[in-house]
Design a protein. Structure first.
Length: 313
């Protein structure tokens, strides 16, 4: 398979410290990379993952504190699902309620137990119980016990005005296949499916288009194992007339971006070289790391960024 599942999801946050407090402090994910938005270096790019930063465990944020709230709707990813161990939702419901988070009622979707929660800036999340085996390294400094730690990205949900066009792109370009329908949602899987290899689409022709802003997802990245696989998928996207970007070196992986037919920003991201290419794995995320081409601008970049306290108190 050229596409292995979800590589990472990037969302838009508000205050950077509040973002760290929730994702590292409350959810107990490891801040594996503290960098900047390479297209807007006056803004952090914060990466949360498992202890090793495995591809597929990574939820990242642009904390654009000046940006107003987004508007959910067609052409945006409306919800991000995070995988947690089977039997841990009761723990998470208590912890999130104690932290003052907005927590929904447990439910069952596609035979999976889920717990909806909204982060402090309005981002819709859902914790999904799963026993699927995937690459995962526990973080021994997490405030969350091992038997409840977030394992990986599970999937995403998006609403589309033309669900058929998006379905064709998923199937013909990325190798996904329909897995089932439930309550108006169609689940797609790549490979054998399972955690990290699924996404849900709902066709809603009358839903207004969404708008980027605080509390919305900026893009979803799909895993490709190497440059050759990325080139293969990029060629299919290009032949479909979706105008993919050239390969962009993000230093920790290489990326290609394109808009799928419904307007969601998709990325193809290589598995390597990984987050340890420029930091000791024992000290990931503890300092501001810049790609080499931004190092000459470090003094100005550091002066523009707010100070972060990590780990949060």
């Amino acid at each position: 398979m050229a596409v292995l599942g979800i590589h990472h999801v990037t969302a838009i946050a508000g205050d950077a410290q509040e973002n760290v407090n929730f994702y590292a402090g409350v959810l107990g994910m490891r801040l594996v990379k503290r960098s900047v938005n390479q297209d807007d270096p006056g803004t952090y790019h914060l990466f949360y993952a498992d202890a090793a930063g495995h591809p597929g465990t990574d939820l990242t944020f642009f904390p654009w504190g000046h940006m107003g709230p987004g508007r959910l709707g067609a052409g945006l990813i409306g919800e991000v699902a995070l995988a947690v161990p089977t039997g841990s939702l009761a723990f998470w419901r208590r912890r999130l309620a104690d932290a003052g988070a907005e927590v929904g009622e447990p439910a069952t979707r596609f035979d999976e137990r889920v717990l909806p929660v909204t982060d402090p800036h309005g981002q819709a999340l859902v914790l999904v119980e799963t026993g699927d085996t995937r690459d995962f390294t526990p973080w021994d400094q997490s405030p969350i016990p091992l038997d409840a730690q977030i394992r990986r990205l599970h999937g995403v949900r998006m609403v589309e005005q033309d669900g058929g066009a998006t379905a064709r792109a998923l199937e013909q370009l990325l190798g996904y296949a329909p897995q089932g329908d439930e309550a108006g949602w169609r689940r797609f899987r790549v490979g054998e499916g399972g955690s990290g290899r699924v996404l849900d689409v709902r066709a809603a022709p009358d839903v207004p288009r969404g708008r980027w802003g605080r509390g919305t997802v900026h893009h979803v990245a799909f895993r490709v194992p190497d440059d050759a696989a990325q080139a293969e998928v990029r060629a299919r996207v290009d032949a479909a007339g979706l105008r993919p970007t050239p390969v962009i070196d993000r230093f920790w992986f290489r990326s290609v971006y394109f808009l799928e037919p419904g307007g969601v920003l998709f990325e193809l991201a290589t598995d390597g070289p990984g987050f340890a290419v420029d930091e000791d794995p024992a000290h990931l995320g503890e300092r501001l790391v810049l790609p080499p081409w931004l190092e000459p601008e470090r003094p100005a970049i550091e002066a523009a960024l707010p100070k972060l306290r990590y780990p949060p108190m």
